[in-house]
Design a protein around this ligand. Structure first.
Ligand code: 13P
Ligand code: SF4
Length: 328
């Protein structure tokens, strides 16, 4: 059981996390949507594809995953002999919640001539029911390898699926899930912001609805957006994805200005992922101290889910660091 007592604070907390990281031979992985102080402490910060690869490759004994549950599950699927801890087990995802395995199974059974390409933001059970997993940085490469006459179910993100469908001019059956964070951007407020910053390009994540994507100069995964931030012409960039990513941009490019795209109230606080925000330094500390909450996956299920993940890693090879979906 995790004891929430005797948690150090301030510099002592950081020192204790450092001590435990060494003592446990642990690697701390963090997604770009984690709070800046967690990103700064991590051994590696990345997008979903990069984090999956890192989790599969590391020789650490413990993976402390500062991200959401489907990411920690992916780490355990790929590295079953390692202890994988997630600081807060309630760090879920609206896309995962939108796609219960039983409903997904029934949907697949209704369309036996379709293969299932499934966004990594789903449960282990849904991965086990899928043919190939994709991330936002690997989806394009993977779809381009699938024969044109092969029918496709794409789930659970209808916006990423819709974006791919338009880009490839290819019909796909879309599962109706959305990311609550990207769904919250407001086209009206974005247009006002663009007027205030004439000439500033917009970089958007493909989880955004078309009303936002239609105004984007660049569309790509979190690592793709970071690469665009390093190359765009001008001094101001409007960023339509979870705003904690701006931390890496400000570190790399202190002379440029990065503005988070606004939500409906004109304030981007509604675009902070509430699930990612559940992970905190005190919870990371107790996770390393107690090696709990730990991810456990039944072996038969893990092996089935691993097949669709392995297919992604094979088909996506060469895409790391590319992350560029371009523009429809
Ligand atoms: P990527 O970092 O792979 O672009 O994913 C974004 C996201 O929403 C993760 O939950
Ligand atoms: Fe899920 Fe959206 Fe949060 Fe990513 S940002 S974890 S897709 S709810």
């Amino acid at each position: 059981m995790t004891l929430q007592t005797d948690i150090p604070t301030g510099d002592d907390l950081i020192a204790e996390i450092e001590r435990l990281r060494k003592e446990r031979n642990a690697v701390i992985l963090a997604h770009y949507y984690q709070a800046p102080h967690i990103q700064d402490l991590a051994d590696f910060v990345g997008d979903s594809l990069e984090l999956s690869r890192k989790a599969a490759d590391t020789d650490a004994d413990v993976i402390a995953f500062c991200g959401v549950k489907f990411m920690a599950d992916t780490a355990k699927i790929l590295s079953p002999d390692k202890i994988v801890v997630l600081p807060d087990l309630d760090a879920g995802c609206s896309l995962e919640d939108s796609c219960p395995p039983e409903k997904f199974r029934a949907f697949r059974e209704k369309h036996p001539d379709h293969i299932a390409l499934t966004y990594i933001n789903c449960s282990t059970e849904v991965k086990a029911l899928s043919d190939v997993i994709v991330t936002s940085s690997s989806a394009e490469t993977i779809i381009s390898q699938i024969p044109e006459d092969q029918k496709i179910i794409f789930g659970p993100d209808r916006h990423l699926g819709g974006y791919m469908s338009r880009k490839f001019n290819r019909e796909m059956l879309l599962w109706p899930g959305v990311c609550i964070v990207h769904e919250a951007f407001s086209e009206t407020e974005l247009l006002k912001l663009k007027q205030q910053h004439p000439g500033a390009p917009v970089a958007a994540h493909p989880e955004c609805p078309p009303t936002i994507i239609d105004h984007a100069d660049y569309v790509g995964s979190t690592s793709g957006i970071l690469q665009y931030a390093e190359t765009f012409k001008g001094d101001t960039l409007i960023v339509a994805t979870e705003p904690h990513i701006i931390h890496q941009m400000e570190k790399a490019l202190p002379d440029k200005t990065f503005i988070g795209a606004p939500g409906a109230d004109g304030n981007c606080a509604c675009n902070i992922c509430p699930y990612m925000a559940l992970n905190t330094l005190p919870k990371l500390y107790t996770a390393l101290r107690d090696l709990e909450p730990r991810i456990e996956i039944e072996e038969g299920l893990r092996l089935k889910a691993k097949q669709s993940l392995d297919r992604m890693l094979e088909m996506a090879s060469g895409t790391i660091g590319k992350g560029d979906l371009g523009r429809v």
